[in-house]
Design a protein around this ligand. Structure first.
Ligand code: B12
Ligand code: SF4
Length: 487
């Protein structure tokens, strides 16, 4: 049986700060791997001789090559890889999946080098697809794909979400070399990434999760979650786990049971909850959460203007966030409260800035990054952005410039120059100006740079001062140079 080749393209500057596991690929590999297919994962972010290895693999004539693609720079790298593959062997079947192809299957397939797009959740669809490809069977009956046939693009009916996540096979960590990844830095502990649930029932109008999972949330059972944790710890030596799901605590009884079981099993781990809501934290047993090993958690605040919060259906109030901050501050848990800079309906950004200062003042373990607003199609707020003057890209390559690294150069009519300068400044300084954020950076060089630059960043952030931006311009130059090395 020929091999299935899965390729993780570079993402962008994130690859240099901390390299997370190729979780989407591990997920889609799980079914074919347990059903006896040979699956190979090749990760552009960690392989030094990536192109050479890729060429060798293509010459072995894999059954298909599949790539995960998020909106942003990953598109450009995925395009380049797809072209490279076709140049080596034009008959190789190339499949794209993930958030961006799900949004724009037809535009993606208009590119001559991409043959099939998988939309939405991928495990079952991808398995049916490889089965069909290996048997030379027609693709017409496979839900959740778009593909080319006789020079035309065809789209099959949507694939429904997996009803019970427990039906999915275990994550095949054996397909990667975990030592090549460094998803987070917590006292040098060996870090793993894990997702124990999918989706979110909330309706925040800027968030892509709403569109992707249609306002639903599904969790693995507690038993299955514990198996996943034990697998990572006992079999692969994980010491700290980054739970990456959008909304870890949607079911608080489930959370409590997981924490109880971690404690009862005597697991010596720490963990970070990358997605959790303040509305849940206020109701949680933080003693238990800390005892189980929680040392970091990330909550979205987005804006502290109650009117803006209401418009974006955040289902949160500034008062509640302050209560959570006071409740959690004595635990030593590092808390990230993230904000969005440049929201189309925000009239006075100072409200959020002052609120962020208050959070930091009241909790020495808090930090408050401000991320530039990126209007993602598929979200409700995308339309508000268009009304404010945002002109969306019209090509696949254009969407490739749609991310944190490129937005300043590519969307001139979206913000005024002064707004751009402020967003750019606060984005960088809100992170570099607070030591609590440093654990997110694993790369030694970047950690060194962090320490060196931290006093200036802190000065700028705490005064909301981004004038004389020589240092920021220099950083942009370095960042562009670093990102260029990915091409
Ligand atoms: C971890 C993560 C990252 C990691 C990347 C890790 C990695 N290995 O790729 C990092 C930190 C680098 C990252 C960066 C960004 N991210 Co991110 N990230 C996530 C997160 C939290 C988890 C992704 C994950 O591993 N999921 C687990 C897997 C199993 O689920 P999945 O990815 O959905 O994959 C399933 C399907 O999509 C499908 N599938 C996926 N890929 C493929 C490929 C093939 C071939 C097939 C068949 C199927 C398939 O099958 C999978 C199994 O069902 C998600 C949110 C989430 N909970 O999913 C956001 C998310 C993917 N990120 C998002 C965003 C916006 C970003 C950033 C742009 C944020 C920013 N403003 O900087 C940057 C990208 C920067 C850039 N330069 O482009 C959005 C994507 C929106 C979009 N249109 O692309 C998401 C959905 C968050 C959100 N709710 O808005 N991110
Ligand atoms: S709570 Fe978080 S994951 Fe859920 S819709 Fe809002 S922003 Fe998205």
């Amino acid at each position: 049986m020929s091999e299935i080749l899965l390729i993780q393209p570079n993402i962008g500057i994130h690859d240099f700060l901390a390299t997370r596991f190729p979780d989407p690929l591990l997920a889609i590999a799980s079914v074919p791997h347990t059903r006896g297919y040979k699956v190979r994962i090749l990760d552009q972010r960690v392989e030094k001789n990536f192109k050479q290895l890729l060429e060798q693999e293509i010459r072995k004539k894999p059954l298909c090559v599949a790539l995960p693609v998020m909106t942003g720079g990953q598109i450009l790298r995925a395009l380049e890889i797809s072209k490279f593959i076709k140049d080596v062997d034009k008959d190789t079947k190339i499949i794209w999946g993930g958030p961006h192809p799900t949004l724009f299957p037809v535009q993606v397939l208009e590119n001559e080098n991409i043959d099939i797009v998988v939309t939405g959740e991928g495990e079952i669809t991808f398995f049916e697809l490889v089965e069909a490809l290996s048997k030379g069977a027609p693709l017409s009956g496979i839900k959740g794909i778009s593909y080319k046939e006789d020079g035309r693009i065809k789209t099959n009916p949507e694939r429904e979400l997996v009803k019970n996540l427990d039906d999915l096979p275990p994550i095949p960590y054996e397909l990667i070399d975990a030592s090549k990844y460094n998803p987070t830095y917590i006292s040098g502990r060996k870090a793993f990434t894990l997702l124990t649930s999918r989706g979110c029932p909330y309706r925040c109008t800027f968030c892509f999760a709403t569109a992707y999972y249609n306002f639903t949330w599904r969790g693995y059972s507690v038993d299955r979650t514990m198996e996943m944790i034990h697998q990572a710890v006992d079999k692969f030596g994980a010491q700290t786990i980054l739970f990456q799901e959008d909304n870890f605590a949607t079911s608080i009884p489930r959370c409590n049971e997981i924490f109880d079981r971690i404690i009862a099993d005597g697991l010596d781990i720490t963990f970070s909850l990358v997605g959790i809501r303040a509305t849940d934290v206020i109701r949680m047993d933080l003693d238990k959460m800390y005892k189980a090993g929680c040392r970091n958690c990330d909550m979205g605040v987005e804006s502290a203007d109650p009117e803006v919060m209401k418009t974006m259906i955040k289902a949160l109030t500034p008062e509640l966030v302050l209560d959570v901050n006071r409740k959690i501050r004595d635990y030593g848990i590092k808390v990230k409260y993230s904000f969005i800079a440049g929201l189309p309906m925000e009239k006075d950004p100072k409200i959020s800035i002052n609120f962020a200062f208050k959070l930091i003042k009241e909790n020495k373990n808090a930090y408050t990054p401000f991320f530039p607003y990126t209007p993602f199609p598929g979200t409700e707020m995308y339309h508000a952005a268009i009304e404010k003057g945002f002109v969306p890209p019209t090509t696949l390559e254009g969407w490739g410039n749609f991310d944190l690294e490129h937005w300043r150069d590519h969307y001139p009519n979206w913000y005024t120059e002064a707004e751009k300068k402020w967003i750019e400044g606060i984005e960088r300084m809100s992170v570099l100006g607070n030591r609590n954020s440093k654990y997110k950076i694993s790369n030694k060089t970047f950690r060194f740079f962090f320490d060196l630059y931290h006093p200036i960043a802190k000065f700028r952030f705490m005064r909301n001062y981004y004038g004389m931006p020589l240092d920021i311009k220099m950083q942009n130059k370095v960042m562009n140079m670093v990102v260029k090395t990915l091409d």
